[in-house]
Design a protein around this ligand. Structure first.
Ligand code: SME
Length: 163
C-alpha cells in the first residue's frame, strides 16, 4: 500500500509532473475502483501543486455529476455544453481558459477562480465519461505543459472493472 508520494522540491511544473506520473500510475495499478483512483489522483495533484480547486465530474444520466475533489464545495451538476466542463465534454477536448471572465457561460462555483483547465477522461473505447477540472486563483495559470501531463494522467484513469 502506498503511504505517501514523493514530490520533488521544484518550481518547475514539468519536473514535478515527470516525477509524479509513475507514482500515480503505480497507485492506479494497485486499485481497480475508479472513484478510489480518482480520489487519490486529485489528492496527489493538490499536494504537488497546491491548486485552488481540483476535481472530477463523471457523466451520469446525461449530466456531469461532481466526483472526488479537493478544495471548496462546488456545483454538483453540469449540463452538456454548459460552462467550461460541459463544453469540454461536448467537444470531447481539453480546454485551457486563461481568464474565466472571458469564457462565455463560465460557471463560477467560486468567484475566486480566475483561470482553469478541463481535461476529458475517456474509457478504452475513447468514449468520454468524465472530466478533470483544475481551477486557479491566478490568471493564465495553465499552459501546454499542464495539458500534456494532465491528459497523460487522465489516460491512466480508466475503468479496470471487467479487465
Ligand atoms: N469552472 C467550471 C465549473 C466547475 S467549478 O469551477 C468547480 C465550469 O465552468 O465548467
Amino acid at each position: 500500500v502506498a503511504e505517501s508520494i514523493h514530490i520533488p522540491q521544484s518550481h518547475d511544473r514539468e519536473t514535478v509532473y515527470v516525477a509524479l506520473l509513475p507514482q500515480i500510475k503505480s497507485l492506479f495499478e494497485g486499485e481497480s475502483n475508479i472513484i478510489a483512483n480518482a480520489a487519490n489522483m486529485v489528492a496527489a495533484l493538490k499536494e504537488a501543486f497546491g491548486f485552488f480547486w481540483i476535481g472530477c465530474y463523471f457523466v451520469l444520466e446525461n449530466e456531469l455529476v461532481l466526483g472526488p475533489f479537493q478544495g471548496p464545495i462546488a456545483c454538483t451538476r453540469i449540463q452538456l455544453g454548459r460552462g467550461v466542463c460541459g463544453t469540454a465534454w461536448k467537444n470531447n477536448e481539453t480546454i485551457v481558459v486563461p481568464d474565466v471572465d472571458l469564457f462565455p457561460g463560465h460557471i463560477a462555483c467560486s468567484s475566486l477562480s480566475r483561470s482553469e483547465i478541463v481535461v476529458p477522461i475517456r474509457d478504452k473505447k475513447k468514449t468520454i465519461f468524465g472530466v478533470l477540472d483544475v481551477d486557479s486563483k491566478s490568471l493564465n495559470d495553465f499552459s501546454s505543459i499542464d495539458k500534456i501531463y494532465l491528459e497523460k494522467i487522465c489516460e491512466l484513469l480508466i475503468e479496470k472493472k471487467g479487465d
